[in-house]
Design a protein around this ligand. Sequence first.
Ligand code: SF4
Length: 409
Amino acid sequence: MNGKARTAATAGLLAAVTACALAACALVALYPPPGTFAGLYPPANDGIRPALFAQPVCNGVQCRLCPYNCFLPEGARGRCRVRANYGGKMKTLAYGRPAAVHLDPIEKKPVYHMYPGSLIYSVAAPGCNLACRGCQNWEISQIYPEQAPASTLVPQALEIKRAPDGRVYGELKQGEVTGLSPEDIVKYALATRSKSIAYTYSEPTVFYEYMYDTAVLARKAGLKNVMVSAGYINPVPLALLLPLMDVVKIDLKGYDEKFYRSYTGGSLEPVKNTLVQLKKSGALFEVVNLVAPGLNDSPRDLEALSGWVMDELGPGTPLFFSRFTPNYLVSDIPPTPTETLARARAIAMKKGLKYVYVGNLPGNEGENTYCPKCGQPLIRRYGFAILEDRLTPAGGRCPYDGTRIPGIW
Ligand code: SF4
C-alpha cells in the first residue's frame, strides 16, 4: 500500500469509528439508564437479595428462571429488569419492594373455582419477563424497580361495622409503607379477612423468591396461595413452587407463534409446556385468554386454542375469554365486542370444555358456573359480585344431580 492509499484507509477507518461513536451516543440518549439507578445499590438495601436459579458461566451468570435464560455479565440486568449480576452474583431487586397491594374479590383475578365471593390479598412487585403491547398493568410491569414509587399504600385491616340503619359494611384501614416483608403480607392478609394471597398484576415469576417465602408463611397461617402468571417460567422453578400453590391462573395470550412473538416478545411453546406441566402435576389451574380485536380473535385462532386446551388439558379446565380494552402501546383498536366473546365461548363449549367463562363483561351469562350435566346455573355472578351460590356446602356438588365441580369450595 503506498502512502496515499494508507492515508485514505486511515481516514476511512477514523470516519467509521466516529460514526460508530455517534451512533452509540444516540443510543445512550435514546435509552438512558434509569435516573435513580445508583439508589438500588447500597449494600444495605434490603430489596437486594440473592437470587435462585443462577448458573455461573465464564465472565458472568446465567439466570435459569425463565425461558429467556439471560446471560448476565457483571452489572447487567435481565429482560425482566429485576434480576442482575451484582458483584459476580445474581441478585433479585424485587424482594420486599411491592409496586401494588390491594384487597380484591377473588373474581377479579379472575379465579372462579376457589372460594367464590372471598377476599384475596393481592401483591405485585415491579417487572415482567414479557412486554405485551397491550399490557393492562404496564405502569408496574414495564418499569425498573427504582422507578416504582418510594412508598405503597397497603391494606392493613378490615373492620366489619354496622350502620345505625342496620346495614353492615367493611371499613378498610390502609397505610403507606416503603417495604413489605413476607411476614407483613401474611399479617395484613389475615387482618383484612382474606382467605388467600395472590401474586399478581405484574409477573410473579420474576419476583420468585419474594413470592416463595410469602407462600411458605401463608400456608403455615392457613391461607391459600394463588399465582396469576403468563406462564413464562422454566420447568424446575415451577416444579419447586407448585407444592405451595393452591390455584395457578395462566394467561394464554393466543395460539399463534407469530402473534406471541410480536405481541409479547416471548414465544408460545414454553407457555404450553407450563400448562401441560400443571396438568400432569395435578395442580388446580385456570386459563384466561384476553381476546383483542384484529390481534388474536380470528375463528381459526379461537378454534385452535380451545381445541388444544380440550385435548391437552382436559374438559374440566376452566377457560376464560376476557374483554380487551385498549392500553399501553395498543390504542388503535376498540374494546372487544360482546359477540366476539360469545362466539369464542360457543367455540370452546362445542369442543367439549365444561367451564367456559366470559370476563370483563358484567351481566353476561358467561360469568356463571353451570352444572355440566344438568345445565343448571350453580354460581351466578355479576361482575365481581356473587348473586347466588347453590353448590352444596361440603364437597362443591350440584344440588340437583350431585355432579362434583372441580375446585376448592
Ligand atoms: S427471569 Fe429475568 S433475568 Fe431471569 S431469564 Fe427471565 S428475563 Fe432473564
